[in-house]
Structures are given as C-alpha cells and as structure tokens.
Design a binder for this molecule. Structure first.
Ligand code: CP
Ligand code: NVA
Length: 308
C-alpha cells in the first residue's frame, strides 16, 4: 500500500483498508498459533496522549512489542508539549529519534501537522474529529461475525462525534450502508457527511443521516453507539443527558434491527445512558472481541506504515 500515515479513513482507498484488514486477520491467526514476528525489530513508536486511554495505549504498546519493536508512552502531563512546546518543534524532534508516532489529542490539525513536520509515519489514535483505528478494528469484527462487509447495514445511534464520523468514512469505503441518528444540535460535521457521500458514489453505499433512531436502526446488521459525553465535554454532561433522551440503545430499540444483528461499542461505555445492560451485556454484543481487534488491526497498521 502507498500510504505514509493513518490520519483519517477518508484518506485511504478501499484497497488500503481491505489490505490492512486482511493483514490484521493474518496477524491475529499467527499470534494465536504462536508465530513470532520481527517485522518491526529495532523500531520505536512514540505514543503521545493528551487524553486518557486504556485500550489504545495497551493495544499499541503490546502490538509493537509483539512485532519486535518498542512503544514509548508520552503523556502530555510529562512532556514539554503539555507546557506549550509547539507541535512543529515536537514533530521535528521526535522524527529524529523514532520510526513512527501515534497521537491521541483534541485537534485533527495537530495530527496533520505532526505528519507534515515529523518525517515519520503518524497514526491517529483519536481526535475530536475521528477515531480511525477503532473503526478498522470494528470492520474486522464485523467481517468476522458476518463473513462479509459489502451489502450490510450499520446503524449508529447517538452523538455525531469522532466515532460517528469514522463509521461514515469506513463504511462508505468498504461498501456498508450507514445510517446515523443523532439528536438535533448533535449532528455529524457537514464536511464529513459530504466526503462520505462522495466516497459512497464509488461503492454504491447508502449514507443516511437522520434524527430518527428507529429509521436508522430498522433492518440493521450492525448496531453501534458511543458515549454521549466525549473526552473534553465533561462540563456539558448534564445538558447532554437531557438532550439525548430517546437515543438510548435499549432492548426495545435494538429489537428493530435484524434478528441476528450484532452490537458494537468502542468503550468505555456508560450503562444506563447510551446503552442498557440488556443490550451491551446481552447475546448480540461483541464488544470484547471488538476491543481485542484493536490489537490486531493496529499491528497491521504499524506493519504497513513502519516496516520499511
Ligand atoms: N476505544 C478506545 O479508544 O478506548 P480507550 O479510550 O480506552 O483507548
Ligand atoms: N467519543 C469518545 C470515544 C472514546 C474512545 C471520546 O472521544 O471520548
């Protein structure tokens, strides 16, 4: 594949995504068979976090170790970036030491600037705009559970946030119809919807954005949601809980999806808010397989971007 970075899935072609998913499957099988890899032997990945993380940190750090390399955890509480050093200087310096940079932060433009100035592959570990690694893992999970991607319908009920945006981008590229239902005032970015609709022309995907959760979920093969209050929005929590009434994925709503629908949640989840226990801990939920696939999908991304 011809990509240097993973900034958004919109930047990647359908083939780039499918190639990465195929490699993720291969690496998963090989790990379970005890195969040892040296694909990234001697390579280092700087992992910058200006927001909290459980899955992203542990799956990247474990993943690069399993490929023979080393992850370096850099919390913004400890590095000079957190005290005002610029992205430009940070990128130029880190690029002299490491073979790749993974960053979780607020502004998508910071990730783009790192890629512009760092001179090494940059992987987006979540911004306010998108969470591409998560949706690669989700697509891997969907393919495992459904045996295919093309021709399915994915419904996302909740906030028009980084996860919603990444589902729009990922589904439009791989041939999954995507329907997003958000409350008024919490819609997806118009630019992201337009980009996804343009990508969907090539794949024949139907992109629906609505305020009606029933419309979105009806006939869905895959049902997703995410927290109503993302990192950085803590002050809006009480207002958001009021505004998202009617957008909870509960048993009654989930029953409108297909009988064999699966439930995905990137986690962390807040039971009793965006989803009920009945759904997230019920027989259709595949959340822990989904979380596991972060490891395999990201190993594939690192192998693709950092091996040469
Ligand atoms: N889903 C996800 O990215 O989890 P963390 O915030 O724990 O990394
Ligand atoms: N939308 C959530 C995802 C967490 C993995 C957030 O940005 O906090």
């Amino acid at each position: 594949m011809n990509q240097k970075h993973l900034l958004t899935l919109h930047d990647w072609s359908t083939d780039d995504i499918l190639e990465t998913l195929a490699l993720a499957d291969k690496l998963k099988k090989e790990l379970k068979a005890g195969v040892k890899h040296h694909i990234l032997e001697g390579k280092t990945l700087a992992m910058i976090f200006t927001k909290s993380s459980t899955r992203t940190r542990v799956s990247f750090e474990t993943g690069i170790y399993q490929l023979g390399g080393q992850g370096i955890f850099l919390s913004s509480a400890d590095i000079q970036l957190g005290r005002g050093e610029t992205i430009y200087d940070t990128a130029n310096v880190l690029g002299r030491y490491v073979d790749g940079i993974m960053i979780r932060t607020f502004k998508q433009s910071d990730v783009e600037d790192l890629a512009k100035y760092g001179g090494v592959p940059v992987i987006n570990g979540l911004t306010d705009l998108v969470h591409p690694c998560q949706v690669l893992a989700d697509l891997q999970t969907v393919a495992e559970k459904k045996g295919k991607l093309q021709g399915l319908k994915l419904a996302y009920i909740g906030d028009g946030n980084n996860m919603a945006h990444s589902y729009l981008y990922g589904c439009a590229k791989v041939g999954i119809d995507v329907a997003i239902a958000t409350p008024e005032g919490y819609e997806c970015s118009a630019e992201v919807v337009e980009n996804a609709k343009n990508d969907a022309k090539a794949t024949g995907v139907k992109v629906t954005v609505t305020h009606d959760p029933v419309e979105a979920i009806t006939g869905a093969d895959v049902v997703c949601t995410d927290t109503w209050c993302s990192m950085g929005q803590e002050a809006e929590k009480a207002q958001r809980i009021k505004d998202f009434e009617g957008y909870q994925v509960n048993g009654e709503l989930f029953a409108k999806a297909k009988d064999d629908a699966i439930f995905l949640h990137c986690l962390p989840a807040y039971r009793g808010f965006e989803v009920t226990e009945e759904v997230i801990d019920g027989p259709h939920s595949v959340i822990f397989d989904e979380a596991e696939n972060r490891l395999h999908a990201q190993k594939a991304v690192m192998a693709q971007l950092m091996a040469n």
